[in-house]
Design a protein around this ligand. Structure first.
Ligand SMILES: [Zn+2]
Length: 146
């Protein structure tokens, strides 16, 4: 009878898988180590890698679109600035030309960066556009009134 009794089960050490990263025991059904978060299966590892890759792509495209937007704004600033400076020069003997010139120069992106020296941080693009608009509007008024 004694021989038929079940021996107390002492499983081989492999019955309880260990985390390959920190050595903590993990359940076979666990996809990730509960101690350090290391993926325990190939699918879990792939899923984690895909998530990381996706996040990196999202961040890259997010920062890419903002720099594209800045570049577009700076190009528009240069284009409009040149138009106003040229039209200012063409009517220069008149005071209106001075306002056109000032408005156009304000639209050049480097001028916005220069405002950082005066105000600590560059003026907002909107503020620069409004300032330039005021100068150009004044110039237009003077041009037609004088
Ligand atoms: Zn672990």
């Amino acid at each position: 009878m004694e021989g038929l009794m079940w021996e107390p089960f002492v499983g081989p050490p492999t019955s309880m898988p260990e985390c390959s990263n920190c050595g903590a025991q993990v359940d076979e059904s666990d996809n990730f180590c509960s101690n350090c978060g290391e993926p325990q299966t190939e699918t879990a590892r792939e899923r984690l890698n895909k998530t990381i890759e996706k996040r990196a792509n999202e961040q890259a495209s997010a920062s890419g679109s903002t720099s594209q937007r800045d570049e577009l704004i700076s190009r528009v600033g240069y284009a409009l600035g040149f138009v106003f400076v040229l039209s200012g020069l063409s009517v220069l003997p008149s005071v209106a030309g001075v306002f056109f010139l000032l408005g156009g120069i304000l639209l050049f992106p480097p001028i916005r960066l220069l405002t950082a020296r005066v105000f600590g941080s560059p003026l907002k693009i909107e503020a620069m556009a409004v300032l330039a608009g005021v100068f150009v509007l004044l110039g237009t008024l003077l041009f037609f009134l004088l």
